[in-house]
Design a protein around this ligand. Structure first.
Ligand code: GDP
Length: 323
């Protein structure tokens, strides 16, 4: 009898998480990967249902991501956006012609009553993505950022206002009534599940919305598989996006330890960058096994190396908790 294929669950937002996701998918023997993706950034624009983090992951894994912009699809053209601008429509959210195909297919399917999980699986098949991309819920959840300008829907804060307003608070509208996606509980109970990774994504607006789905955090904690996070903060700075700015605004120390403390008892293990190796002892003082390894992912090989290091660390954490 052949052994069941090793399974890994990875929680992720968009850009930072997708880099590690690509590393995992391009490993020589990745096993079966499931990506549990933030949908708090999802929004309706010009009548279309847009899921920025799901799309970043889909395009990255399909080798369809646009290397020039860092978002959207490669080989893109902008005829529709140009026409929208000529006709006086909102163009602060850039929609390329090829990207529009994804939003049209998704919007039509959702309108016909297909759940987001099924639509996402359909898009993954269409783009030849072999791993599973699971929205954090089929229910609609919206990340709302409280700022001195008032409450802003996430994309208004992130794209239209370029993350400039101070963050006074974050809430996840619709979260209390949301349900975990089908299949997640079965995956968490599967003995072939070798580990749960929290990608180096923004903890406050990419991972927290996932953990806010009722029962989800408890289900991860109750699983026999170890939970390991990779720090999105290197030497007190974020590689991209507002993670470090948000930490400063929340008045918490801007370092990798703060992110470990934020996830708290959920974590069995934590990976910091080699340049932050001096923080390992501080993380271990929180009762979390920690390791330092290169976590800056510039090349595909960096991504594969970090994926391999994360899976090796999951194995060692798993062995030490079992003994
Ligand atoms: P978003 O949904 O597009 O904002 O993306 P994520 O939340 O997934 O990722 C944003 C986070 O990724 C930021 O906190 C970045 O510091 C982090 N990040 C981006 N690139 C890297 C990298 O190469 N290494 C590490 N460790 N973190 C990264």
């Amino acid at each position: 009898m052949t052994a069941p294929r090793r399974r890994i669950l990875a929680l992720t937002g968009g850009v930072g998480g997708a880099k590690l996701a690509l590393g995992l998918a391009r490993m020589p023997d990745p096993g079966a990967l499931t990506f549990l993706v933030n949908t708090g950034d999802d929004f309706e624009h010009l009548g279309l249902s847009i899921c920025p983090d799901i799309d970043t992951l889909l395009y990255t894994l399909a080798d369809e991501a646009n290397p020039e912009t860092g978002w959207g699809r490669r080989n893109e053209s902008w005829r529709c956006l140009e026409a929208l601008a000529e006709m006086g429509a909102d163009t602060w959210f850039k929609l390329g012609d090829r990207d529009l195909a994804t939003h049209l297919i998704r919007s039509a399917a959702l309108r016909a009553g297909t759940p987001l999980t099924a639509v996402t699986a359909q898009l993954a098949r269409a783009l030849n993505v072999e791993h599973t991309i699971l929205p954090m819920s089929d229910s609609r959840i919206a990340t709302i950022i409280d700022t001195p300008l008032g409450e802003l829907a996430f994309q208004h804060y992130f794209v239209r206002e370029r993350c400039e307003p101070k963050v006074l608070g974050v809430r996840f509208e619709g979260s209390a009534a949301a349900r975990m996606p089908e299949g997640l509980e079965a995956l968490l109970a599967d003995p072939a599940l070798a580990g749960i990774l929290i990608c180096p994504s923004n903890p406050f607006v990419s991972i927290d919305p996932i953990l806010a789905v009722p029962g989800l955090r408890a289900a991860l904690a109750a699983s026999n598989a170890p939970v390991v996070a990779v720090s999105p903060i290197i030497q007190g700075a974020a590689i991209k996006g507002p993670t470090a700015k948000m930490m400063a605004e929340m008045d918490v120390p801007r370092d990798a330890v703060t992110v470990a403390r934020h996830y708290g008892s959920l974590l069995d293990g934590y990976i910091v960058d080699t340049s932050d190796a001096h923080l390992v002892a501080e993380v271990e003082a929180l009762g979390i096994t920690a390791v330092a390894t290169p976590t800056l992912m510039l090349t595909l090989q960096d991504k594969i190396n970090l994926a391999q290091a994360a899976l090796d660390f999951l194995t060692s954490v798993s062995e030490s908790t079992a003994s």
